[in-house]
Design a protein around this ligand. Structure first.
Ligand code: PLP
Length: 409
């Protein structure tokens, strides 16, 4: 019952999940049989588990999965199967969902601004011990609501603001304490914390390993200035994945930079955490859409920026695509550049791509759009009544490989 409620709270999709022993279908077979007129999310549990275990194997510390990126129960199970036991949650709904699924998971409440009730439930009912804050008022709120002390195992993590960087999504504008403020917060929290930490986020889809070096150096300066022991340095998320026009450095380049920068700080009592989201799940889901009208090189499809393709709109992400035509009729010509229009009446519901597809693509054909395991299904809205989408598990591998992540067979 509580699982059902938590599911409804984090995503409005209708799901058709195979039982544990079923052989998962391949995407093409599924489309041939079902000929779906609504978008279908195809989740690849094996690809997600492989990416998670590659990250766990190469990161020199604890890996916390950032649940907001894709909170689907089947995705969380694959992450867990890949060896992840820590979860970065940002809301009461995420905390309850993870706790319902994994009684042994360590849940960390990493949102710097929390409702009192959410803190209370997390601490008293769900065994959450670590809480992030970036202000003295939020620290006071956490201490007041939990009534906890260091003796109770309370973990307190200060979120440090970073200067604006080069990541695709800048996260510097909303959360985080400036360095001098972070110094004061570390000192203020120290007497109350069994575990004191400092965290940052370089921004999502950050292609430059040196962004972590700069952030770790800043964090080191803050820790030295505070003059208190810090048990955790949390290097956040932001690890990039490949898109058709983006080929990021391999995962190992980021790990090497983080490890070397951290060693230079010479903090023997400090443990590293990371909070990857996109990197663990992007390759693990695609969305199959259907072409409802072709007008020149514009394809009107049944999903868009108010559905699972938010990042293809204004942020202008490109995604790997391929046509699916079950009857296999030949299509003429080579790859042609198309743009997509989504189903809603809003003119921002437009995705410029360019998406390279066969010249002969026509009304009724399907298109599989890959790398949508991250920030895809979880951003769906019901705007304009286009709330019918399904989610199924498939056995296909990721549509696009990101260097450093093991691919499922
Ligand atoms: C969104 C978020 C993440 C995950 O970011 P990715 O870019 O998906 O890796 C991690 N930590 C925090 C605090 C976040 O807000």
């Amino acid at each position: 019952m509580s699982l059902l409620r938590a599911r409804a709270a984090v995503s409005p999709l209708r799901r058709v999940f195979a039982d544990a022993n079923a052989v998962l279908p391949a995407v093409d077979d599924l489309i041939a049989v079902e000929r779906p007129e609504d978008p279908v999310h195809c989740v690849r549990p094996a690809a997600i588990a492989a990416a998670a275990s590659a990250f766990v194997a190469s990161f020199p510390g604890d890996v916390l999965y950032a649940v907001k990126c894709n909170p689907e129960p089947t995705v969380l199970r694959a992450i867990y199967e890949g060896g992840v036991r820590h979860f970065d949650c940002a809301s009461a709904g995420e905390v309850a969902l993870v706790r319902t699924m994994f009684s042994d998971a360590e849940i960390h409440f990493m949102h710097p601004v929390k409702a009192r009730g959410a803190i209370r439930d997390a601490w008293t009912r769900h065994g959450v011990q670590d809480f992030v804050f970036d202000s003295a008022d939020e620290l006071a709120k956490i201490l007041d609501v939990t009534g906890a002390t260091a003796a109770d195992g309370l973990g307190l993590v200060v979120r440090l603001a970073l200067p604006k960087g080069t990541a695709a999504y800048d996260l510097s504008g909303k959360f985080g304490a400036a360095p001098d403020e972070a110094v004061a917060l570390l000192r203020a929290a120290r007497p109350h914390a069994a575990r004191l930490g400092l965290s940052f986020h370089v921004g999502s889809q950050c292609l430059d390993p040196l962004a972590w070096r700069a952030a770790i150096e800043l964090a080191g300066a803050v820790i030295r200035a505070a003059g208190v022991a810090v048990e955790v340095l949390d290097v956040g998320g932001g690890f990039p994945v490949a898109y058709p026009d983006i080929d990021p450095p391999p995962l190992g380049a980021f790990m090497a930079e983080i490890e070397a920068s951290f060693e230079r700080l010479a903090l023997p009592g400090t443990r590293l955490w990371a909070e990857p989201g996109r990197a663990l799940v992007a390759g693990g889901a695609s969305v199959v859409v259907q072409v409802q009208l072709r007008r020149g090189n514009a394809l009107y499809v049944n999903d868009g920026v108010y559905g699972s393709l938010s990042d293809a709109g204004a942020p202008g992400f490109n995604f790997p695509v391929r046509m699916i035509r079950p009857e296999g009729a030949a299509t003429s010509g080579s790859d042609t550049a198309f743009e997509f229009f989504g189903p809603t009446c809003d003119s921002v519901d437009r995705m410029r791509g360019p998406f390279l597809l066969p010249d002969g693509i026509a009304e009724g054909d399907w298109i599989e759009i890959g790398q949508l395991g991250a920030y895809g299904a979880c951003l769906r809205t019901a705007f304009n009544g286009f709330d019918r989408a399904r989610m199924v598990e498939v056995r296909d591998g990721a549509m696009l490989e990101t260097a450093g992540y093991a691919l499922a067979a």
